[in-house]
Design a protein around this ligand. Structure first.
Ligand SMILES: C[S@@+](CC[C@H](N)C(=O)[O-])C[C@H]1O[C@@H](n2cnc3c(N)ncnc32)[C@H](O)[C@@H]1O
Length: 207
């Protein structure tokens, strides 16, 4: 347990250094821009069908996905454990605050995260907190290491950017689906994003 907490704290530090050093572009490469474009398309397609007004993005990072939620007209808040990420988001005019997900007590119609859970040695307590603060839906965008392109890009990125990358554990989509299912959140959509390098997983709370 102690080792897990230490690893989490190290990971928060690594992210903060990443956002501090990334500059105004937030370190997003042309490939990253391309990926975010695909995420935007999938995200907008899914949220436009939902009857929701409030949303939280856990781990809003560069603000790219938070901007999408805000532009879609949702009353949304971004939170991040990294002071430099929050500073960048606020500069962009986004509603972001320095807060760790485990400190959030209010509920939101939609709890969203993109690229957060795979960085925890044990993602389950964090996934349960997502469910605890969700009134209706949880939407995740997760790297899919089971797809050909997901595995290939993860391998290449490990080779080329090993020192810059924040460590990612190799969870499968079924690992997420099982934990949500055990807590009565049923999977309502699983969409491939960017040649299945990522999966958009949408869960709905059941009674
Ligand atoms: C992959 S980045 C987010 C990318 C983001 N969607 C974007 O548009 O740039 C993951 C972020 O999650 C944040 N994070 C990790 N664990 C967190 C926690 N427990 N509470 C809040 N933020 C967290 C990290 O600081 C990092 O900025």
């Amino acid at each position: 347990m102690k080792m897990e907490k230490d690893q989490d704290l190290k990971m928060y530090d690594t992210w903060d250094r990443h956002w501090r050093d990334a500059g105004d572009s937030c370190g997003i490469t042309w490939l990253g821009k391309w990926m975010f474009k695909a995420k935007k398309k999938s995200l907008l397609k899914r949220i436009s069908d939902l009857d929701i007004t409030t949303a939280i993005e856990v781990g809003c990072g560069s603000g790219t996905t938070l901007e999408i939620l805000q532009a879609a007209g949702l009353r949304c808040r971004g939170i991040d454990a990294s002071p430099h990420a929050v500073e960048n988001c606020v500069k962009k005019g986004l509603n972001a605050r320095l807060q760790k997900m485990e400190e959030v007590q209010e509920q939101f119609d939609l709890v969203f995260s993109d690229g957060v859970l795979e960085h925890f040695l044990d993602f389950r307590p964090h996934a349960r907190h997502f469910m605890a603060i969700s009134r209706r839906y949880v939407l995740l965008i997760q790297p899919n290491h089971d797809s050909f392109w997901g595995r290939t890009l993860a391998y290449l990125s490990g080779l080329l950017r090993q020192r810059q990358n924040v460590h990612e554990y190799n969870y499968r989509m079924d690992d997420f689906i099982q934990v949500f299912d055990e807590n009565r959140f049923k999977l309502v959509a699983s969409d491939p994003v960017f040649c299945d390098v990522f999966r958009l997983l949408l869960f709905e709370k059941t009674q």
